[in-house]
Every structure is written in C-alpha cells, then in structure tokens.
Design a protein around this ligand. Structure first.
Ligand code: ZN
Length: 246
C-alpha cells in the first residue's frame, strides 16, 4: 500500500512539472513573438506618419519626394520640354479625397499623391494660423488639355504643350475666395512665407522673368520637396538657378 502511494505521488509530481514547463514555454514563445520587430498596431495610428512607422526605402514607390536628390527634380521650361511619352507619377483626384483645408474650383482636379499629402498639410497649417479661403483652380493637365489651354490663352500667357509643369501633376494654381489680385491677399502672404516648409516653391517669382521666361505668377506652386524648396525660397532664386548651382 505504501508503495502504491509513492507511485501516485511521483506521477502527480511529474504531471505538475510537465504542466508548468508547457506553460513556461508558451509564455516564452509569446514574449519572443512580440519582440520580433512587429510593432503593436496602435503605434502606427498617429498623426505623424514618421513616428513608429518603418523608414521608407528610397526605392519604394511611396518614398517621399523629399528624399530625392536635386538630379531627380524635373526642370520644365521652353528649353527643357517634357518627353512626348512622359507619364506622371500616381495621381489622385482632389474631389475624391476628404479635403477639409481648401476648396476646389471644379471636381476633376488631380495632382500627384505626394503633392496632395503636402498640400493637405500646408493648408491645414494655414487654417491653424487663421488663414482660410484657398481655392485650387488647376492641377494636372494632360497634353491634350494643355493644348486647349494654350490655344485659348493670349500670346505668351500659357505654356506650350510639353512645356507646362501642370503636365507632371507636381504643380497647382490657387486663388483666394473673393479676391481679384492674389498677390495682394493674406493667403498669398502666408504661402510666400510658409510654402517651402511643405516642399513648394513660387515657381515664377517677381523680378525673375528674364530667368524663367514667364511673368510673375503668385498663384502657381511647384512641388520640389522640402530641403530643395527651403534653399530656393531662402535664397530667392528660381529652379533654373538652383539646378545650375548643383
Ligand atoms: Zn499654373
């Protein structure tokens, strides 16, 4: 009888030991899994896309334009027309986005995806500063649309087809609600001061007509990415002069 009790006790001890070991192994596995480099989902749900998110590789199609070198900046003017087979980067229709910080003059305005993200951040910041009433009047234009704009515009006022930045999806035109001359508006004043922080430049500045070949256009903004835009706007130079210096 004593021997029987012994055997039962030994079996019980073995059972408890095995159960404890299995539990320990399970918890170790869970711990390792959470350290695999996979962040908890909540960390991605932040306003700042760079917090918690893995760095975007340069080769990624979604890489921010800011990571591009100056060699990748497209220079488009009468001397540097776009190739006939040029295709813009991925475009988004602004009307289909949930835009809150600016208005649209029409429903078919498209810009490149990077440009839309930068516009959204920029006009949100303007709104925060109490500057509202921006109306986007133009974005991407196909070669055919640019042909039409050119044909109905006065001489020299619109770029020839193939020579317009609007054919890239990297530029937009903006006006201010209720104002005739955009140059005199607080909206222009804000953009001139802050657009570079969001990667945009005034592409055809005042006093640089001889360099750009285009009269001053306070309404036309071109996306080149933040570091390039800051240098261009800080120095008060044109894209032509900036690329020459590189
Ligand atoms: Zn324009």
């Amino acid at each position: 009888m004593k021997r029987f009790v012994y055997i039962v006790v030994i079996i019980l001890v073995l059972c408890v030991a095995t159960f404890s070991f299995v539990k320990y192994a399970d918890s170790e596995r869970d711990r390792n899994r959470s350290n695999d480099g996979v962040q908890p989902r909540d960390e991605f749900l932040t306003d700042n896309p760079h917090v918690g998110a893995p760095p975007l590789s340069k080769s990624s199609t979604n890489a921010p334009y800011t990571s591009k070198s100056s060699e990748d900046i497209l220079l488009i003017n009468t001397k540097n027309p776009l190739p006939k087979d040029y295709r813009p980067e991925k475009l988004v229709n602004l009307y289909n986005q949930r835009i809150k910080h600016f208005q649209l003059a029409k429903t078919d305005i498209e810009v490149s995806e990077d440009v839309y993200q930068a516009m959204d951040a920029m006009f949100a910041a303007a709104q925060k500063d109490g500057v509202r009433g921006f109306i986007i009047t133009s974005g991407y234009r196909s070669r055919g649309e640019q042909k039409m704009v050119f044909s109905i515009s006065a001489d020299g006022f619109a770029a020839k087809p193939g020579e317009s930045e609007h054919e890239t999806g990297l530029a937009f035109d903006v006006i201010a609600y209720g104002n005739e001359s955009f140059e005199l508006t607080p909206q222009f004043e804000w953009l001139a001061k802050h657009c570079a922080e969001y990667g945009f430049i005034i592409r055809y500045p005042k006093g640089k007509e001889d360099v750009t070949g285009v009269p001053f256009e306070p309404w036309h903004y071109r996306y080149v990415g933040t570091p390039h835009a800051k240098e261009i706007m800080d120095k008060g130079i044109t894209l032509e002069e900036y690329l020459e210096q590189q």
